[in-house]
Ligand binder design. Structure first.
Ligand code: GLA
Length: 394
């Protein structure tokens, strides 16, 4: 049974029919994600703790009766026409790169011409992984359409390769795995070294989570992201020179980093120090979650924020302000910036039934300080990618 609101299913089908004049044969819903803890850890071989949320890129697909395929970005009113067998290359930054990147990885597959419409309820640039939902959702839809039989893991890897080769972001695999493998009401504990997954129930007695979107996205976020990754790789290479037994940050502790501090330089040292302490926090946070200890978990989220801001340098004044204001409130147990950084959302852990007052106070202070209206989203942890074939539609 698909767990998607009927209204969303109807809207997507309606939009497809309004545009292409017939009902779709397939609907696919690819969710965005949050990450409880383990930030910038996926590409460093640690454990991360994401979950899919009930915001989706929805795809509706049906056959095309010409040789050309069409992808329509409903929210932008833009169409992309192509021959699915052509050779695709990345162009200037544009949404079509995500489509091209996925098609490129289906090259060699016989793709019958299709018409596809997609629309998103995941806010763009909020750090909720709308781009992973776009590439993984499209890969999933193509896999259904071509009956290619790729596994979920292969689809997630296609999403990641698309980011690397067609969007220029050397991301890890957390976002794609969350979108593909998410389970309702559970956080995923993902081992980014061997890609194994386990699930932890997300219920915390009297506390709950909330997102506050700073509604800022600073320029150069992508290049700064790639730079962080390169700095970590450099730090690890230096450690390996002195400690050949070390193959990843998983085998490092502060001793290794301190001993090689001079050779690696101050910035890589700060990045590596963050990575090592964040890796430890993930395990503490898992125990806190299992024991439903919201106070302990909140403290860990605050520490992650401090590290991301002062050691990893991926926060910004707006997020630091929101975080500081959030933790100053009595009903808030902890808060941190979430995702790649340089803008996007603050993840807040707070007492249940206090959401309204916390949102009011935070958004008011933020508006007064920056003149920006922050947006609040309640969090509902949802299922990973789901689909409906024509005969199942409501
Ligand atoms: C982005 C990337 C992920 C991950 C996070 C930071 O969302 O796509 O792979 O690195 O940033 O945790």
């Amino acid at each position: 049974m698909i767990d998607i609101p009927n209204a969303l299913i109807r809207e997507l089908s309606f939009n497809f029919k309004a545009h292409f004049g017939k009902s779709p044969a397939l609907l696919v819903f690819a969710p965005g994600r949050i990450n409880l803890i383990g930030e910038h850890i996926d590409y460093n071989d640690g454990f991360v703790c994401p979950a899919a949320i009930d915001k989706y890129v929805g795809f509706a697909l049906g056959p095309s009766f010409t040789e050309q395929s069409i992808v329509l970005a409903q929210d932008l009113g833009e169409e992309f026409h192509f021959d699915a067998q052509e050779n695709f290359h990345a162009s200037e930054p544009h949404w079509t790169n995500y489509i091209k990147g996925v098609l490129h990885q289906f090259s060699g597959t016989d793709i019958a011409p299709f018409q596809l419409l997609f629309q998103s309820s995941i806010p763009i640039g909020a750090g909720l992984s709308s781009s992973a939902a776009l590439s993984c959702g499209f890969a999933y839809a193509l896999n259904e359409w071509t009956k290619e039989g790729k596994t979920k893991e292969e689809l997630a890897l296609i999403g990641q390769r698309t980011e690397h080769d067609f969007a220029g972001v050397n991301c890890g695999l957390m976002d794609q795995f969350a979108s593909v493998f998410g389970q309702k009401d559970s956080f995923i504990l993902m081992d980014c070294r061997d890609l194994s997954l386990s699930f932890v129930h997300a219920e915390l007695k009297d506390s709950t989570f909330l997102l506050i979107d700073s509604c800022v996205k600073h320029e150069l976020a992508e290049s700064a992201y790639n730079q962080r990754r390169a700095e970590c790789e450099h730090a690890l290479d230096i450690v390996k020179q002195s400690f050949p037994e070390v193959t990843s940050f998983r085998q490092c502790d502060m001793r290794h980093i301190e001993a090689t501090r001079e050779q690696m330089g101050e910035i890589p040292f700060r990045r590596a120090s963050f990575v090592i302490s964040e890796m430890e926090r993930v395990h503490e946070a898992m125990s806190a979650l299992e024991n439903k200890d919201a106070k302990l978990l909140g403290g860990l989220l605050n520490q992650t924020h401090e590290g991301l801001s002062a050691q990893y340098d991926v926060s910004c004044v707006e997020l630091d302000f929101l975080q500081q204001n959030a933790v100053n409130q009595e009903d808030v147990l902890g808060a941190r910036m979430m995702g790649g950084g340089f803008g996007g959302c603050l993840l807040v852990l707070l007492k249940k039934d206090c959401q309204h007052s916390v949102i009011q106070t935070l958004t008011k202070a933020y508006l007064a300080k920056f003149g920006i209206e922050a947006t609040a989203y309640p969090i509902n942890i949802s299922q990973g990618i789901q689909h409906l074939s024509w005969h199942e539609q409501v």
